[in-house]
Design a protein around this ligand. Sequence first.
Ligand SMILES: [Zn+2]
Length: 312
Amino acid sequence: MIRSVLGDIAPADLGVCDAHDHLFLRSPRLPGQELDSPVAATEELKAFRRVGGRSVVQWTPHGMGRRAGLLPELSRATGVRLVAATGLHQSVHYSQQLLDRLHADDLAALFVRELTEGIGESGVRAGLIKVAGGFHGLDAHARWTMTAAAEAHHATGAPIAVHLELGTGALDVLDLLCGDCDVPPHRVVLGHLNRSPDLTGHLQAAESGAYLALDGPSRSHHATDWRMPDAMRSLADAGFGDRLLLGGDTTTAGAQSVHGGPGMPHLLRRVRPRLGLAVGEELVEQILTVNPGRAFGVDWDRDLGSPHPVLH
Ligand SMILES: [Zn+2]
């Protein structure tokens, strides 16, 4: 089942899914560009639905302005299913005060609580754990958050979605999560891989069995966006079509379609037919519908409380 903000749903009910995006996001690194308007989020989801979109997986983690309490009403009002995230981004996205507080606490227990009981007082449960690597490496913060994410995965079965900085460091992430921490590779979703367009590196990551979430266009990654269809074709040709996901990754207000940017609708209006030319429409449909159901589907009841050893 997929843990949506309105409750658990069958993977087949996801429909056409934007597998990596943001409705709300706040970071000291993006001053003045916060995604924090419920009106804009509503309009963005309506625009996405008008072009055939049915679900959005929101990768905004703990402490970055998720507005979890608003998500159920947004989902009801727009008819778009939403999945929320727990987890933690890179340290640069947080105040030292918040990091100190989290260090004094049990981070894995916080993730588990947000997955099984709810985010804060909202009652809205997260359906995935989002963490982040660094540029060609993992600092102490990344290792701390990924180890906690692995522990929360073992307690719940939740998938772990990873921000790869500029698309780099995938093998280091896999070594830590799947090697040291014993997370099954098919429970890991690697994001932004196409932003480092080394097609051989993509194949190495895919061979692990992890899911690969490629991104739609964005202004800050314009230099590599045009290579994404070819990256997808090379992965499909190598037999990894069932491991591919696609997301818009809208991270700033200016990138939303309601403010004149490409936003969520662009993924279906323009990226979908363009990818069809690269890998065929049938595979694009699978990437938008079937694959997200597999990547984010969890047997929550069976996995809850599994006797896997706790990692400390
Ligand atoms: Zn993102």
